[in-house]
Design a protein around this ligand. Structure first.
Ligand code: MRU
Length: 346
């Protein structure tokens, strides 16, 4: 089946190299960074050349291909040991999105069956991880869109789109599918301070597909809901724990509280690679703290008073009790609980 509004790919493998659309430069510049070794891939993830939970998992998987190629060239009989420091570096690039270690574990599971050159087998697995992610996004797009009423007005936060995944997106996948079905009358995007994923990336990627979008300051969301101008909040996730708590971009938790206060529905869209059944609840999630400069400057220009410090947690955790529905490729979990998440995952 072909999906309308599915044109953009941020992570691609071409001619033995990893190509990343540099998300630090969007929307002003469309530049592709070409990577040929694993340490540079880990650095690109850290620096947010590529970001978004599924996209960093897919990128790390291709990073393993590059690491294996180098390790096999120098130590053909021992590449599985030589590759270990690169694997560690990739795993530590960012802490909150579980998709990163999930993808690395999947790649590692292939090692045992490889004899000879590891590159063809590992490349096939990395490509499979990306294609499965795109397929999951299509599936979630259909499942999530089916929950929305006709004429729905939606608000999204951060960028959970094609740029953040293998393609099509999670939250933006639902919005794309619902828009294609003629169900969406208005898309709002929070600008998403401090890194502006909403204003820079979500707005850009929707407009690439000719889907109209209205950007608002994060602090305007309460007034928008009070004025009854939004029906559903639709967001992605970096890690969902066994009880249905949801880590996502800082500001998501405030939206969930606002949604409950104003009778607005709250949907989380994420593939099962984002569900961490090893953690019982959200308080156990490691939240990435990022550089103060992201808050104190805009586009490299100082913005806050000279000498001020900043608190910059990159994610927050929304309790399951504030989530109306989690949409995964395996199905929909309404009012998530430990039992319901376990049933969906089994
Ligand atoms: O810091 P980022 O830009 O990597 O944060 C991304 C998010 O919080 C996304 O909402 C999440 O990864 C889901 S992406 C499908």
């Amino acid at each position: 089946m072909t999906y309308q509004y599915d044109t953009l790919r941020a992570v691609t493998w071409r001619a033995d190299q990893l190509h990343l659309l540099d998300q630090r430069k969007l929307p002003q510049e469309q530049t592709v960074m070409v990577l040929e070794n694993a340490p540079n891939v880990a650095q690109a993830i850290k620096d947010m050349v590529v970001r978004g939970a599924p996209a960093i998992g897919i990128t790390a998987a291709y990073g393993v291909v590059l690491a294996a190629k180098a390790a096999h060239a120098t130590a053909p009989d021992n590449w599985q040991t030589v590759i270990e420091p690169d694997m560690q570096q990739l795993a530590q690039a960012r802490p909150t999105a579980v998709n990163l270690v999930w993808a690395l574990e999947r790649m590692k599971a292939c090692f045992a069956k490889i004899t000879g050159n590891p590159v063809p087998t590992l490349l096939e697995e990395a490509r499979r991880i990306q294609q499965e992610d795109i397929d999951a996004n299509h599936q979630m797009g259909d499942l999530g869109a089916a929950l929305l009423p006709q004429g729905c007005r939606v608000l999204t936060h951060c960028n959970a789109g094609a740029l953040a995944t293998g393609g099509y997106g999670t939250a933006l996948g639902v919005i794309r599918s619902a828009y294609a079905a003629g169900k969406v009358s208005q898309v709002y995007a929070d600008e998403t301070r401090p890194w502006l994923q909403g204003a820079r990336l979500t707005a850009w990627e929707l407009l690439q597909d000719n889907i109209p979008v209205t950007v608002l300051a994060d602090s305007a969301a309460a007034a928008l809901m009070l004025q009854k101008r939004v029906d559903w909040i639709i967001v992605g996730s970096d890690r969902i724990t066994a009880n249905g708590d949801v880590a996502n971009k800082i500001g998501t938790y405030s939206l969930a509280i606002l949604a409950r206060q104003h009778g607005v529905k709250f949907m989380v869209v994420a593939p099962t690679s984002t569900v961490d059944m090893n953690l019982a609840e959200g308080s156990q999630i490691v939240i990435e703290q990022r550089a103060m400069e992201e808050v104190l400057t805009i586009g490299g220009q100082p913005m806050a008073a000279n000498g001020a410090k900043a608190w910059n947690p990159s994610f927050d955790v929304t309790p399951a009790a504030l989530v109306d529905v989690i949409v995964t490729e395996k199905g929909v979990v309404e009012q998530p609980t430990t039992e319901r998440v376990a049933a969906m995952m089994s």
